[in-house]
Design a protein around this ligand. Structure first.
Ligand code: F6P
Length: 328
């Protein structure tokens, strides 16, 4: 291998820069050139790239976002998209491609692989932690802390006004961020897709624990962490319906993209460094169509095609505890 391509794709995640840095440093140590494609797969389709040198990756490990920029790429899903992307890789004599992103980005990589003669490896970078084959994705740990910081602040105002707050967290269709941040914030309730979808007009499962807490615990604030996509009408509609049903002021706070930003916590810098370096080393060993993940502290390979096969289960111990004890 003489030349590697790297790109960041889909929702950016804190720690992507640490990953890019590790790829460049590890490759350079093996006399391999690194080409960074800009704006995800768009950089491949539009030949927007630059050679990454040591000074490009200096002083970036602590920065959120991604120096390569990220994007979703509808053009890759057109019939000619994957072949066009592969053509750019062939034209530039790129022997291997590293894709840093989530399972949607890995699906794109699998399509390109049908037309590409080189090797492809994925590195899981997304705040959602919804990629199978790795315990944690790069960015997830930082997103939890960001959400936690916000929920702690919301708790103060909820307590002062004796209000119920519904805080919506990201995760796409996964409750990982909601469960972790909810547990760490001591949220009274956590609502996420894994617990079953709430149906409009039937909020009993939400209301009963609130009434229980009021009667038995005399709580002056009540936080419900809601994973996005848990309620058909959205979290603001859920808060309004709840207010009407129980006669207590409920407010919704949609945390949104703030969860994607910020300086990565140590765990994400370390994970990004480890998996970026491991990806390069594994390419040199011949790995192809694999994802570089970490399981039980060990760097492992996992077939790229299986990363989105099933919904990665959220911690059953914490789920049970939250439902039986934490919500009381
Ligand atoms: O995948 C990361 C993520 O932030 C999800 O949690 C969220 O559903 C989605 O991306 C938001 O995407 P966009 O930035 O395109 O609105």
């Amino acid at each position: 291998i003489r030349r590697i391509g790297v790109l960041t794709s889909g929702g950016d995640a804190p720690g992507m820069n640490a990953t890019i840095r590790a790829v460049q440093l590890t490759a350079a140590a093996c006399n391999i050139e690194v080409i960074g494609f800009k704006h995800g797969y768009n950089g491949l389709l539009e030949s927007e790239y630059k050679t990454l040198l040591g000074h490009h990756v200096q002083n970036i490990i602590q920065r959120g976002g991604t120096i390569l920029k990220s994007a979703r790429c509808p053009a890759l899903q057109t019939p000619d998209g994957p072949a066009q992307a592969a053509a750019t890789l062939h034209q530039l004599d790129i022997d291997a491609l590293i894709v840093i992103g989530g399972d949607g980005s890995f699906r794109g990589a699998l399509e390109i692989a049908k037309h590409y003669n080189g090797q492809i490896i994925g590195v899981p970078g997304t705040i959602d932690n919804d990629v199978d084959g790795t315990d944690n994705t790069i960015g997830y740990a930082t997103a939890i802390d960001t959400a936690l910081d916000a929920i702690d602040k919301i708790r103060d105002t909820a307590d002062a006004f004796e209000r119920i707050f519904l805080v919506e967290l990201m995760g796409r269709h996964s409750g990982y961020i909601a469960l972790s941040a909810g547990i760490a914030a001591g949220a009274e309730q956590i609502i996420c897709p894994e617990f079953g979808r709430l149906q409009p007009g039937d909020l009993r499962s939400v209301i009963t624990p609130i009434q229980h807490a009021q009667l038995l615990m005399g709580k002056s604030s009540y936080i419900i962490v809601v994973a996005e996509n848990s309620y058909p009408g959205g979290t603001t509609a859920l808060a309004d319906e709840l207010s009407k049903a129980i006669g207590i002021e409920c407010r919704a706070c949609i945390l949104g993209h703030i969860q994607r930003g910020g300086s990565p916590v140590g765990a994400d810098r370390i994970l990004g460094t480890k998996l970026g370096a491991f990806a390069v080393e594994q390419l040199l060993q011949g790995a192809h169509l694999q994802m570089a993940g970490e399981v039980n502290g060990e760097a492992v390979l996992y077939p790229l095609s299986k990363t989105g096969d099933r919904r990665k289960a959220i911690d059953p111990f914490l789920v049970r505890w939250q439902q039986q004890v934490g919500s009381s």
